[in-house]
Design a protein around this ligand. Structure first.
Ligand code: SF4
Length: 411
């Protein structure tokens, strides 16, 4: 049982800095968190890292001590009012709950998320949420009103099919609702006409990243009518690994050495932050998921440098209030099919297609481009520099399927 502490925040809207990580990974820059901590207490959660700085409480208490930011709607309203009237803020998507679940159990009592949505609607400001809770259905009237104006998107985190054994759920996501309930909720939101996506992240090696498990989950998601899937394998920062490992040792003591081997010895550290399994493992896993989505007739996108596997660019979901994703940039180079592409051309296309992009985005992106870092480690794109000029070109030959799937993916 979590302890709930009411607290007051001084500011609500956060903005990500422009750097290689954000430019390649995110298409949304704004976030706001109505709560600190999260009672779902997923064992793989990365958010305790942030929690220790914002709450002053040990990351071990992330799932047990929840802070309800009771004045968040008033602070949000003040920030939107001042930001929009003074031109310091423009309408672009805000992600509600990036280091918490805005619909965790405390929301049933406090209604902070609901009151924030009323503010977003009043100011006609675009908002999106990612949740593991059916409580989002309580606010379907507001999500529908936002969606009717092209301002609202609802995502559900769905990481395992309905058939996964109870001990796996208890290990990974002990307190959040089961998959069947979340699929029903997703179907209801789809039928209400609100844009949705399924966030199939993380799938976890040795537990849910298995062939049949992945195929079944994607089929169950497609059956709800949802057309968009984002897919990703579990990442392990040093802190996440230490917390996850503790639970593994208690419930499945044979697994820690296998994770250590796959992540720390064979794997790589992405953007210098978190370990992920080796490229070939992820390529095989994502290709399996992509092929399954293709057969089901739904869109597919994924984490990491695997832009060659994406089946859509989410444009329908989030334009015109989002930044380009790494895929959008990759696609602009690919479209030239081996002809070199220069920075000015790409920036011109970004400005035309993504009106929310700021000067700081162009500045950071231009620096990364000219240093040859923008597509570093991305297969299919080559950097060239000659006579003081530089650019990128598409090299389809360098994209090859992994020769074989790793044993963990075998049927
Ligand atoms: S629902 Fe999200 S924020 Fe909450 S514990 Fe799970 S992963 Fe962390």
């Amino acid at each position: 049982m979590a302890t709930l502490i009411e607290t007051r925040c001084k500011s609500f809207i956060n903005r990500l800095n422009e750097n290689l990580f954000t430019i390649r990974t995110y298409s949304i820059r704004l976030s706001g968190n109505p709560y600190g901590g999260c009672a779902w207490d997923c064992s793989y959660c990365y958010a305790p890292f942030v929690y220790r700085f914002t709450s002053g409480v040990s990351p071990k208490d992330f799932g047990r001590v929840i802070f309800a930011r009771v004045n968040a709607p008033e602070v949000l309203e003040r920030e939107l009012d001042r930001g929009l009237s003074r031109g310091r803020l423009q309408r672009e998507y805000l992600d509600l709950g990036t280091v918490t679940d805005a619909y965790q159990p405390a929301e049933a009592r406090h209604g902070i998320t609901r009151r924030c949505l009323e503010v977003f609607l009043r100011y006609e400001f675009p908002v999106t949420v990612l949740t593991k809770s059916t409580l989002v259905l309580r606010d379907l009237d507001l999500w529908k009103a936002l969606a009717d104006k092209g301002l609202g998107v609802v995502g559900f985190t769905l990481t395992r099919p309905t058939t996964v054994p109870a001990h796996v759920k208890n290990l990974l996501e002990p307190y959040s609702p089961g998959t069947a309930k979340l699929l029903d909720a997703l179907r209801t939101v789809v039928e209400a006409g609100v844009p949705t996506f399924a966030f199939v992240d993380p799938v976890v090696p040795f537990l849910t990243a298995e062939l049949e498990s992945v195929r079944q989950l994607l089929a169950e998601i497609a059956a709800t009518g949802n057309r968009k899937v984002f897919f990703g394998v579990m990442k392990l920062s040093p802190l996440t690994w230490s917390l996850f490992r503790r639970r593994l040792e208690a419930q499945s003591p044979e697994l820690p050495p296998r994770f250590e081997e796959l992540y720390i010895r064979q794997g790589v550290k992405e953007f210098g932050r978190s370990w992920v399994p080796p490229y070939e493992y992820r390529e095989a896993l994502y290709r399996l998921a992509r092929d399954t989505c293709q057969a089901l007739g739904i869109g597919f996108s994924c984490e990491g440098n695997f832009f060659h596997l994406w089946l859509d660019d989410w444009a329908e979901v989030e334009d015109p209030y989002r930044h380009p994703s790494g895929y959008n940039l990759w696609e602009m180079v690919r479209a030239r099919q081996g002809e070199p592409v220069a920075l000015a051309e790409v920036q011109e296309r970004i400005a035309a297609r993504f009106p929310v992009v700021s000067d700081s985005y162009f500045s950071a992106m231009g620096t990364l481009w000219e240093r040859g870092q923008l597509f570093e480690e991305v297969r299919g794109i080559e950097f060239w520099r000659e006579d003081g000029h530089c650019g990128y070109l598409f090299d389809g030959e360098s994209i090859r399927p992994a020769e074989e799937s790793l044993p963990a993916l075998a049927a």
